[in-house]
Ligand binder design. Structure first.
Ligand code: FAD
Ligand code: SF4
Length: 517
């Protein structure tokens, strides 16, 4: 856009700050310019999935257009703009000079890296810099640490119950939780029977061609594939609301029951696919849970409480909790490696080319859709990396790159914390690890797999089995001190000596030849 009017204030909007309902936009002010920028520092700090980069740029461009349509003044720097310095502070200074503004505002970034970068900018400029809240989350950066002040453990369940009370979500008028319990997990976690039909997938007709050809011309390195005819990610506010409405109407009814199920029949099952829309702030967590709660209140005859509670816990519990953990423990969190893991990530994490059916499927769908649901991330790709002893930096880089919703505050707490136990137990009370038993119990992956889920060693023995016990053996001192898992150490120690030797030998062979599995 050509900017000719005098400008009093420049307001920066980062790619994950697409909050249409922010109070910044309550009034149109001719003297304010909103600045968006597509920069190489963001496309290149890790190799991202191509759908992730396209989704962010589409979302930013659509939001900028909406603001202009409402009469706001916008300055948008595309990635291939010749004046673009490809760096956030440098662009900020350049545009501030160009517009001769003395006043710059930005919203609190959700990533430590960007927070430090913008603090550094504020300290080095002689302009007045104001920082505002993003008005997205239900809690502040510090709320979680304040809630648990003086406590040894940050137990998610207590925080979640407090959130239910504070925001009056699924609460009866007498102060008790709706349905008579806080948690209905025992009704959930079922395997998906073959006869259960899965809802049809809705796609969006977004025009991805401009962004895609720009990324190609600018030689931005990406991973994964993209297909315009199969584009499922909401990148406008309307599409975000449509995704939520579609979830509530077609998937919520069985969300809880099959929340942990995995199948090669479908990548999304009954999940909401709302994380990108929420993490980019197109939609707020409060409006998501209010919509779900309101559906429950008007359809009590046809929907069970476990479906609704299971979903709400993820959003007001886990999501807000992870953000609180992030701000309570950064920057140390990003360096933690309590299990001292150093192995490289198997090369097939980047291609999906492995004979292990579960990993091939979970990685394959991640490359195709930039998506895997929670249990695939935790109990397939995460579990295998943990059992192998992969360096958490490599695991983080993979998760941060491949998923559509991967932004460090929620990626690293889940990956380094919950999945890799590299934090030594800040997020989870025990490492999330399993042998083939759990994978078979929760999925249809083992049927037809090259490997045999029932054996620990010998021809085609499932690698999860020997690696599981080798992990227990390697970390037995630490695990024996953990009440939730000590029993596995005792089981291992009671196993016949020759069985233990054969299992450890099998694990060694698999670890030495991991790229051929
Ligand atoms: P649904 O299953 O429909 O759940 C609804 C919403 O609940 C999600 O959109 C999400 O906002 C929230 N939610 C659920 N579980 C979690 C959780 N553990 N932490 C925070 N929010 C949660 N989520 C991300 O948003 N970004 C990430 O980078 C990310 N990385 C992960 C890495 C690992 C190793 C694991 C185990 C989980 C990760 N998650 C991450 C959490 C979860 O897998 C995704 O939020 C979820 O799969 C997104 O898909 P959905 O919207 O269909 O979720
Ligand atoms: Fe995965 Fe093992 Fe089952 Fe194959 S047999 S799908 S490798 S758990």
């Amino acid at each position: 856009m050509a900017i000719s009017k005098p400008t009093r204030s420049l307001r920066l909007i980062l790619g994950d700050q697409l909050n249409h309902q922010h109070s910044w936009f309550d009034e149109v002010d001719d003297e304010v310019v909103y600045l968006f920028m597509e920069v190489r520092s963001e496309t290149d700090y890790v190799v991202h999935h191509v759908q992730k980069v396209v989704a962010f740029f589409l979302g930013m461009r659509a939001f900028a257009k909406t603001l202009e349509g409402q009469g706001h003044r916008v300055k948008y720097l595309k990635l291939d703009d010749p004046s673009n310095k490809q760096d956030i502070p440098e662009n900020l200074a350049m545009v501030a000079d160009e517009l001769k503004v003395e006043d710059i505002s930005y919203q609190l970034p959700d990533e430590y890296r960007l927070d430090e970068m913008l603090k550094g900018f504020s300290e080095s400029t002689n302009r007045k810099v104001t920082v505002c809240d993003t008005e997205h989350f239900m809690t502040s950066r510090e709320d979680l640490a304040t809630f648990f002040k003086g406590k040894k453990r940050y137990t998610m369940e207590y925080f979640y119950r407090d959130m239910r009370k504070r925001f009056d979500i699924l609460m009866d008028s007498d102060g008790s939780p709706t349905g008579g319990a806080w948690n209905f997990d025992h009704d959930n976690r079922k395997k998906l029977p073959a006869k259960v039909e899965l809802p049809e997938l809705r796609t969006f007709q977004s025009d991805i061609s401009d962004v895609l050809s720009m990324l190609e011309k600018q030689k931005v390195e990406t991973l994964g594939t993209i297909d315009a005819s199969n584009w499922v990610w909401p990148t406008t506010r309307e599409e975000a609301l449509e995704t939520l409405a579609n979830f509530v109407a077609e998937r919520l009814q069985l969300f809880g029951t099959y929340q942990d199920a995995m199948t090669s029949r479908d990548p999304f099952l009954f999940h909401a696919r709302i994380s990108f829309a929420m993490n980019s702030k197109l939609i707020s967590p409060l409006e998501v849970v209010k919509e779900v709660e309101s559906y429950y209140n008007t359809h009590k005859d046809t929907i069970e409480i476990n479906q609704v509670e299971g979903f709400i816990r993820q959003v007001i519990g886990w999501r807000e909790y992870m953000r609180g953990i992030y701000w309570a423990h950064m920057p140390e969190f990003a360096e933690m490696n309590k299990l001292e893991h150093t192995a490289p990530l198997p090369s097939w994490y980047w291609t999906g080319e492995t004979k292990m059916s579960c990993l091939s499927h979970a990685i394959g769908q991640s490359l195709e859709h930039a998506y895997a649901h929670h249990i695939q991330r935790l109990m397939i790709t995460g579990n295998f990396a943990l059992l192998l002893g992969v360096d958490p930096n490599e695991v983080d880089a993979w998760y941060l790159g491949i998923y559509i919703d991967a932004i460090e505050w929620v990626e690293i707490t889940n990956t380094r914390g919950m999945s890799q136990f590299a934090d030594g137990g800040i997020v989870g009370t025990k490492p999330y690890m399993s042998s083939a038993n759990y994978i078979h119990k929760m999925s249809d992956y083992c049927k037809g797999c090259h490997y045999d889920r029932k054996i620990r060693h010998g021809e085609n023995a499932c690698p999860f089995n020997s690696l599981y016990w080798a992990f227990v053996d390697r970390h037995r001192e630490r695990l024996a001190r953990n009440g939730r898992i000590a029993q596995m150490v005792r089981l291992w120690e009671r196993m016949a000596a020759d069985e233990r030797v054969a299992t450890l030998n099998q694990a060694k062979v698999y670890m030495q030849n991991v790229d051929t599995l």
